[in-house]
Design a protein around this ligand. Structure first.
Ligand code: S5P
Length: 456
C-alpha cells in the first residue's frame, strides 16, 4: 500500500475527518483523527505495518513498543515483521502480584523504539519515555503514524528524543485537496488552527540564585574554567593559585587532602577568591543521611558551610540529603553527581533520572549537576533531560581524550563544551603541565571559544 492509498483509506473508514470537533481541552478543531478502528480492517493494518517497517528498518533499536491501546496492535505486527521483541507498559498501575510494569523480556539498557498512532503536543510521549527510562529502558526514537502537532519534533528534541512520522497533517490536507475531497476553505481553517495552537506559551523559569551567580561570574570573567586544585600542601596550593587564579571562574577544592591544613587556610583562600574574583566549590561529595551530612557540612575541622558556596552531593542516600545540607543556610547550593567520569562507576540511567527527580523537587538547593559522557551526542541527550535551569559541570576533561591508570576517563575540551557543559573542571591537565600558567590560559581560551558559540 502506498502512503497516498493509506491516507485515502483512512478517510474512507472515517479515521480522518474534517469538520468541526470540540476537543477535550475545549478547543474547536477543524479536523479529527482516530485510528482506533483501523484494527478491524486487516488490509489497512497490514498496509500501515509495511509502511512503518520501511521507515524504521535501518534504525538502531533492540525492542519495540506501542503505546496502548491504539498503537499496541500496530507495534505488534511491526515487531513480528521485523523479528524484533515486543514489550509494552501497562496503562493502569499494577498494585498487586508481581508489580511488573513492563510486560515482555528485555535487558537493562535495551534501546526501545516507541510506536504511537498520533502526536499532538509531545507531552504524553515524553511521559511515556520517562516511564520506560525508570525501568532501565533507553528511548531515543518515536515513530508515529500521523503527526498532527504544530511543533512535536521540537518539543521531543528538547528532551533529546527524535520524532519520525509516517505522514503529517500537511500531507493529508494536500492530498485530500488535490483529490477535491476537502474545500479550500477547510484548508485555510486547518492552517489557521495549527498556527493558533503553535504559539509558544510563556513560562517563567525558576533559576536557583547560585546557578545565576555562577552564570553571572562566567560572563564577568569570560571564563567557564573550573580548576580542581588537587594538591596536598598549602604552599603548593597558594603558589599554584598565584599563577592561575585570574583565569578561572571557580576553584574546586578537596580540603581534606591538604596535609598541613590549619586555621589560616580558609581566610587566605577567601582573600584569594576576592582578589582573583573566583567562586569556591568544595568537592566534598556528601553521601550520608541528612543528620550526618548536616554536621559534616557545618561542623568539624573544616566547617565547609562557612566558606564553600558550592559542594558536591551524591543522591545515593535519598533526596533528603539536600534538606540535611542546605536547610536554613543562605547562599549555598549543591552540584548533584548525576553521572561520573570514572570507568565502571555504578551510576546507571535509572540513578541519573532519580537525581533529576530529586533536583526537580528541590530546585532551591541544586545549582547544577556533575556529569560526563562518551560523546557530544551522549552529553546532549543527558543535558536535555535536566529538569530546570541547572548547569552542567564536567570533570574528566583534558586537551586530548584518554584515561589515567585509576579509572579516570577524559574527553576533550571541545567535546565537553559543545555537548553542553557549562563549565569544565580540570585538574591534572593544568596542574601537571610544564608551565601551568600558560596551560591554564590555553584551557580557558579553548573552553571559552566553544562556550561562546553556544551561549552568547
Ligand atoms: O565524576 C567525577 C566527579 C568529580 S567531582 N569525576 C571527577 O574526576 N571529579 C573530580 O574532578 C575529581 O574528584 C577530581 O578532583 C577532578 C578531576 O581531576 P583531573 O585531575 O582528573 O582533571
Amino acid at each position: 500500500m502506498t502512503k497516498e492509498h493509506f491516507i485515502l483509506e483512512l478517510q474512507r473508514i472515517g479515521a480522518i475527518k474534517f469538520g468541526s470537533f470540540t476537543l477535550k481541552s475545549g478547543l474547536v478543531s477543524p479536523f479529527y483523527f482516530d485510528l482506533r478502528d483501523m484494527i478491524s480492517f486487516p488490509e489497512i493494518l497490514e498496509g500501515v505495518a509495511d509502511l512503518l517497517v520501511e521507515k524504521i528498518k535501518d534504525m538502531d533499536f533492540d525492542v519495540i513498543t506501542g503505546i496502548p491501546y491504539t498503537a499496541l496492535p500496530i507495534a505488534s505486527l511491526v515487531a513480528s515483521k521485523l523479528q524484533k521483541s515486543l514489550i509494552y507498559m501497562r496503562k493502569e498501575e499494577k498494585a498487586y502480584g508481581t508489580g511488573k510494569n513492563v510486560i515482555g523480556k528485555f535487558k537493562e539498557g535495551a534501546k526501545c523504539l516507541v510506536i504511537d498512532d498520533l502526536i499532538t503536543t509531545g507531552a504524553s510521549k515524553i511521559e511515556t519515555a520517562e516511564a520506560y527510562e525508570k525501568e532501565g529502558i533507553v528511548i531515543k526514537d518515536f515513530v508515529v503514524v500521523i503527526d498532527r502537532s504544530a511543533n512535536g519534533t521540537e518539543e521531543l528534541a528538547k528532551k533529546g528524543y527524535k520524532l519520525h512520522s509516517l505522514i503529517d497533517l500537511d500531507e493529508i490536507v494536500e492530498l485530500l485537496k488535490s483529490k477535491k475531497l476537502i474545500s479550500n476553505e477547510k484548508v485555510k481553517e486547518v492552517n489557521d488552527f495549527t498556527a493558533s495552537i503553535s504559539k509558544p506559551k510563556k513560562k517563567e523559569k525558576y533559576i536557583n540564585p547560585l546557578t545565576q551567580k555562577l552564570l553571572d561570574r562566567i560572563q564577568e570573567k569570560k571564563s567557564n574554567l573550573v580548576l580542581s586544585l588537587d594538591v596536598t600542601t598549602q604552599k603548593e596550593f597558594f603558589d599554584m593559585l598565584d599563577k592561575v587564579g585570574d583565569e578561572i571562574v571557580m576553584l574546586k577544592t578537596h580540603v581534606d587532602i591538604i596535609d598541613d591544613y590549619d586555621e589560616k587556610f580558609v581566610p587566605k583562600l577567601q582573600e584569594y577568591a576576592a582578589r582573583q574574583h573566583f567562586l569556591i566549590f568544595e568537592d566534598r561529595k556528601f553521601a550520608d543521611i541528612g543528620n550526618t551530612v548536616r554536621h559534616q557540612f557545618r561542623n568539624g575541622v573544616y566547617k565547609i558551610a562557612d566558606w564553600a558556596e558550592y559542594v558536591t552531593v551524591h543522591m545515593v542516600a535519598g533526596e533528603l540529603i539536600l534538606k540535611g545540607l542546605f536547610e536554613g543556610i543562605e547562599g549555598r547550593a549543591g552540584f548533584v553527581l548525576a553521572r561520573m567520569s570514572s570507568q565502571g562507576n555504578l551510576l546507571n540511567e535509572t540513578y541519573t533520572r532519580k537525581c533529576f527527580e530529586a533536583a526537580k523537587k528541590n530546585p532551591q538547593w541544586v545549582a547544577g549537576f556533575i556529569g560526563h559522557g562518551n560523546s557530544v551526542d551522549d552529553i546532549k541527550r543527558f543535558k536535555a533531560k535536566f529538569p530546570g535551569s541547572e548547569l552542567l559541570m564536567m570533570p574528566g576533561v583534558k586537551k586530548e581524550a584518554g584515561s589515567d591508570t585509576m579509572g579516570q576517563k577524559y574527553i576533550t575540551i571541545e567535546d565537553a563544551v559543545s555537548g553542553g557543559a557549562d563549565c569544565i573542571i580540570v585538574g591534572r591537565g593544568i596542574l601537571q603541565a610544564e608551565d601551568p600558567q600558560k596551560e591554564v590560559k590555553l584551557y580557558r581560551e579553548r573552553a571559552w571559544k566553544e562556550y561562546e558559540k553556544f551561549n552568547i
